[in-house]
Design a protein around this ligand. Sequence first.
Ligand SMILES: Nc1nc2c(ncn2[C@@H]2O[C@H](COP(=O)(O)OP(=O)(O)OP(=O)(O)O)[C@@H](O)[C@H]2O)c(=O)[nH]1
Length: 815
Amino acid sequence: MDGDLIALVNKLQDTFNAIGGEAVDLPQIVVVGSQSSGKSSVLETIVGHDFLPRGSGIVTRRPLVLQLIHTQSSTTGTTDHDGYLPDLSAGHGGPYRPAGRSMGGATGIDYAEFLHINRRFTDFDEVRKEIEAETFRVAGQNKGVSKLPINLKIYGPGVLNLTLVDLPGLTKVPVGDQPTDIERQIKNLVLDYITKPNAVILAVSPANVDLANSDALKLARTVDPRGLRTLGVLTKLDLMDAGTNALDVLTGRTYPLKLGFIGVVNRSQQDINLDLPLDDARRKEEEFFQNHAVYRNISHRCGTKYLAKTLNSVLMNHIREKLPDMKARLNTLMGQTQQELNAFGDATFLGEQHRGSLILKLMTEFARDFVASIEGTSLDISTKELCGGARIYYIFNDVFGHALQSVDPTENLTLADIRTAIRNSTGPRPSMFVPEVAFDLLVKPQIKLLEPPSLRCVELVYEELMKICHNCTSPELQRFPRLHTQLVEVISELLRERLGPTSDYVSSLIAIQAAYINTNHPDFQAGSAAIAQGGAQPLPPQKVPSLAGSVEDDESSSEDSGSVAPNGTLNHRSSTTSVPETRVGKLLAEPKTKHHRAVSTGASAATSPQPQVIPGAPTTHQGSPNNAKETFLNYFFGGPNGGMPVQSNSAPGSSHGHRALDARPSPQGYAPRDILPDLGSGRRNGGGPSGLDAGTAAYDMKSLGKHLETEQLVNLTPRESMEANLIRSLIASYFGIVRQTIQDLIPKAIMHLLVNFSRDAVQQRLVTSLYKPDLFAELLHEDEALVTERTRVKALLDAYKEAFRVLSEVSLKSS
Ligand SMILES: Nc1nc2c(ncn2[C@@H]2O[C@H](COP(=O)(O)OP(=O)(O)OP(=O)(O)O)[C@@H](O)[C@H]2O)c(=O)[nH]1
């Protein structure tokens, strides 16, 4: 039973070595000692073979995990119950046969196996060479040390069940080309092993050096201060100065260790040189103790044989003691490993007949994850960054919102441009009033400025959805990279399909806004009123109290009057309510005027703001959008519908051919030309390009533009400047309204056409595209790395389970 324990630990050690399970702290004996203290000699005598490298300097440079496995002798078929054949007189069958001497005989063969090569060694010289080669391979030629252990098993009827770890000897000074920190390196390596509470420390100290200077004991003390798991070994007792002895140490009077001290005498260097067989050396050792005057009385507790036996029982007791801990640890590990294994997928879905349901399950999970990410109901919601639906909201609200707000509605629209547009829209004739068509002409391209940010918004949401789709994965799905790729591909295709219609719709929303400039929009009318109000300064006494006059006065203040909000938009609501009952303000504060057109020939503009149709005046545009548009600027610049007194006897024909409202008859009977004589002449005399007068390039925008470029902008006449500023303010006002609408509509459109559509279609699309039995094999092709990893985890779990089972049996029997 006890033999089983060590065999079990050995088995666990192998399993964990092979599959990388470092988690179990297995009970093992760790040999520690300073250089040349005799560690290798002790190990060799325990094993009964010369198999360790020898030489000067540091020979042991990698940990050597040595498992001694007792096998039954084939001649006797028996063994003593603790797996140890103690009878030295048994000769070849004894435990301390030198290498090669008993090999090949009927008594059974000792042989060695390394974990790193699949080969059985029966020649222990070869074992030594292999250890040397393997040491060099990893730790380099005579260089530093390596933590990577060499695993060696020695089988034979002559060995005890034992697990020992040989470590590099503690050193002080680097020699040769050793690294300068060799002392620290070795110390750390040793500490790595002896710190583990399940390690039994075999502290080897030479008896010919004062125990107070023992590096092994010093280091052991740091991790086992009460000396509970340290076994002291005193070597070189034969080399002590004459007259001195180590009796006090061996009897535990000098240095207290629970497991005590055992004295040994190994082969001297000379013995080695003379190739003294190990069994001869053991006899010599036995004789040494039995014949020694001081040690005679304790000779049964001295020597390598006794050490081996003690180690065996110490290790078994230690394992037995650690059983509950190991079981608890294994239990935890089993739980963890099981969980790890579960992450690779439900075992119930393995097998060909379940492929369809597995694919369906993975698809559904994928679709569910995708929808959950969008809706923010995902289980693993990040707290580090916005994700999924929240990012879409962020795109709408912050990114898109800011992008729209940063669009300057009058960008690239200089006063000169506006003047040019005004002039172009008046045709060859000088015009007295600002034509509404100019406003129309100018505002449309500005509305188009909203298109790029809107389309970008679609793209950003699309990209976000793509990201969500790529992030939808699970450890189970990772097993099937091709299925995952296909799932992502199908969703990507769905999203791509939706990108076109969504972008088109968004573009058409902008186009719709540009298609019809609704100057009759209530907010715009209110905003326009505020603009007008901003310019409604007290009129100079000498002028006719006309709108034109008030606006003209505004020219000096319009730049800084603040009628346009800093962001280029108007606060329509407050403007509306704060519009004083000025003439223009009152007119514009009643947005429904257009719809109530009535013949009201005698009404004054101040009390009757409705655009009025004059008998005999051209009415062809009445009711049409153009007509509606043509009306609103009249509030500022006069015209038949505005408050401007216009002479009814003005020739109606003079207005046709362009949309300028200057010559339209008004019910009041004044012609704008009459009341604003300076405007028309001002343009001709002041800022007007001479080209216009010459008439040669009146319609040529280019030459006009060039001309304007050459002329300084300040050359705008006051009238032109006023007109241009006013138009600009109105553009900003109108643009603000459109922007608000767009800001509201685009996210709705994107949600409907892209996000919600994809969300609702994802499951069905996946099923129709991928749920095809002939695709199953391809889709369920497993990732090889993951298959390996799953196999490893499965093997680990099995090993834990097996270890747990054996441990349970052992503890049952021993209880
Ligand atoms: N006389 C005598 N010599 C011993 C005894 N033990 C070890 N030696 C000698 O001491 C030297 C060092 O012994 P090793 O067993 O190689 O010492 P080590 O601790 O393994 O050395 P490193 O692996 O280099 O750290 C060898 O020449 C041994 O023959 C002993 O009990 N008596």
